[in-house]
Write a protein of this length. Structure first.
Length: 214
């Protein structure tokens, strides 16, 4: 029986930062998905992983990411990437979250960094406030930059379950990255890979048994 719905934030509640990455790459003449490739090399120890665990600050990340990009043959600074992180709120996903909170426990599990305005790493204070209002809907919010642990470390998912007072088999988890869904599924959670809002909400409705859209 499902008792809780767990949500990633960027790429689920917000539009994916990968879209902004691809636009940046096209504008700069970089290979498509170059930024993602840098961020997935040495995934536990690269600049991005250390930044999300808050082991290094923005200045250190700027330099460290720049060195990784240079080693791959292109000049890109870390600060350029941070400016691309905050996507647009997806109203249909926010509405689905609101409806879920009436029947289920909810949590946000987000890998984020200590940059921008608020949990969603918004580029402006106004957007930061809008995202903050959405964050208030969740029963709890787990941030990698505050916990020092990031997805896909299984400890992150266990923390969410402990916070909500559930076991993994009682949860469904939505994320746009398969690498983050794999440990959740291994623990016993039902998982949904978010490709787009319509697909994700159709799958979630089938699992939770309530309408999440008008």
């Amino acid at each position: 029986m499902v008792r809780a719905v767990l949500w990633d934030f960027g790429g689920v509640i917000l539009s994916s930062p990968f879209e902004a990455f691809n636009r940046f790459e096209e504008e700069r003449g970089l290979p498509r998905d170059f930024i993602r490739q840098i961020n997935t090399r040495n995934p536990d120890t690269n600049a991005w992983a250390r930044f999300e665990r808050n082991e290094i600050g923005l200045d250190e990340f700027d330099t460290a990411f720049g060195a990784e990009a240079e080693a791959a043959g292109f000049h890109v600074r870390g600060r350029d990437i941070v400016n691309l992180l905050s996507g647009e709120l997806r109203p249909e996903m926010v509405e689905a979250l609101r409806r879920c909170t009436k029947r289920f426990k909810t949590a946000c599990l987000t890998n984020n960094v200590s940059a921008g305005h608020g949990t969603g790493m918004a580029g402006t204070p106004e957007r930061g406030r809008a995202i903050a209002e959405v964050m208030k809907i969740f029963d709890c919010v787990l941030e990698s930059s505050k916990l020092g642990v990031r997805k896909p470390d299984p400890r992150f998912y266990r923390m969410a379950c402990d916070e909500l007072g559930i076991v993994p088999e009682e949860a469904v988890y939505l994320d746009d990255l398969g690498i983050n869904l794999k440990p959740a599924r291994a623990m016993g959670m039902q998982t949904i890979k978010v490709l787009n809002p319509d697909q994700a909400l159709a799958e979630l409705e089938a699992i939770v048994g309530i309408p999440l859209r008008d």
